[in-house]
Design a protein around this ligand. Structure first.
Ligand SMILES: Nc1ccn([C@@H]2O[C@H](COP(=O)(O)OP(=O)(O)OP(=O)(O)O)[C@@H](O)[C@H]2O)c(=O)n1
Ligand SMILES: C[C@](O)(CO)[C@H](O)COP(=O)(O)O
Length: 249
């Protein structure tokens, strides 16, 4: 069975979340920190040998106080991120073991990932070397034109063939390591674009509009309802309590 390392990036500033106490990955969601919901998916998934959480150095003390026991019990590694998301991913890559085959890179602020999505993007990465969860654009897209204080429609952008990238984004370890070694890597807003720049294929795997990225407080409320809609753990136990069902299709 192929082996995986998961990098959970949680080192952003959460500026749009606007909480005076908690950055969004560390906010409570149904009695568990947002990032731990994300970590659970990977920890319970076959083949995942390593989980690395990337945090901002300024969060060290609070993170250790709140989650130090979780890291020890769950065998999670932590490291410091950088000023950009890509720099945080690169920091996580430097802790990935040489013996894992694939690396899954996931926004810790996306806690509504399901077992089925993870299985499908893992399988696609095995088949193609690189795969990402994404969701076909279903709304009409407008390009803006700004005049003074007012924003107008400049044009309607063609949406045929457009997908909204999500995470996890999963890559053969050597491929993503080479991709992040490129000179302009720190400015990338997702990891797939660095692999695209190498001319390598990246498979698109249908995720779900419910695989939301928590950006604002309103997103946290939405995530609470999404997670509550997940099936309850099976009586025989042992199963991942976050197993998927058709709700997420
Ligand atoms: N320098 C950064 C920037 C972002 N992230 C992580 O990347 C994910 C997606 O980024 P985003 O939603 O933009 O988070 P923030 O940058 O924290 O959001 P904001 O722009 O509101 O500050 C988040 O889990 C965030 O913690 C990171 O690890 N390091
Ligand atoms: C990686 C990502 O979630 C894919 O849509 C997105 O690019 C993250 O961007 P952010 O500005 O760091 O939230």
């Amino acid at each position: 069975m192929p082996t995986y390392a998961a990098i959970l990036v949680a080192a952003g500033q959460s500026a749009r979340f606007g909480d005076p106490f908690y950055k969004k990955p560390f906010a409570m969601l149904n009695n568990r920190a947002v990032w731990l919901h994300s970590a659970d998916r990977f920890l319970n998934h076959p083949g995942v040998e390593q989980v690395i959480v990337v945090i901002a150095e300024e969060d060290d003390e609070e993170f250790d106080r709140r989650f130090g026991a979780n890291l020890a019990i769950l065998g999670i590694t932590s490291c410091h991120g950088g000023a950009t998301r890509a720099q945080s991913v690169d920091a996580g890559l430097r802790h990935v073991r040489d013996d894992v085959d694939f690396v899954a890179i996931h926004d810790a602020a996306r806690p509504c990932l399901t077992d089925r999505m993870l299985t499908e993007v893992f399988e696609a990465a095995q088949a193609h070397g690189a795969a990402i969860l994404a969701h076909r654009v279903t709304s009409t897209l407008k390009r803006e034109r700004v005049e003074g204080e007012t924003v107008f429609v400049k044009e309607t952008a063609p949406r045929d063939g457009l997908w909204e990238a999500q995470t996890p984004q999963v890559f053969a370890r050597e491929l993503i390591t080479a991709a992040h070694a490129q000179p302009d890597a720190p400015d990338a807003t997702d990891d797939a674009q660095l692999v695209e720049r190498l001319g390598k294929p990246v498979a698109l795997v249908e995720g779900s509009p419910l695989n939301i990225k928590i950006t604002t407080k309103a997103d946290l409320k939405l995530a609470e309802q999404v997670l509550r809609a997940l099936p309850k753990p099976k009586p025989e136990g042992g199963r991942n309590p976050f197993a998927d069902d058709d709700l997420f299709r």
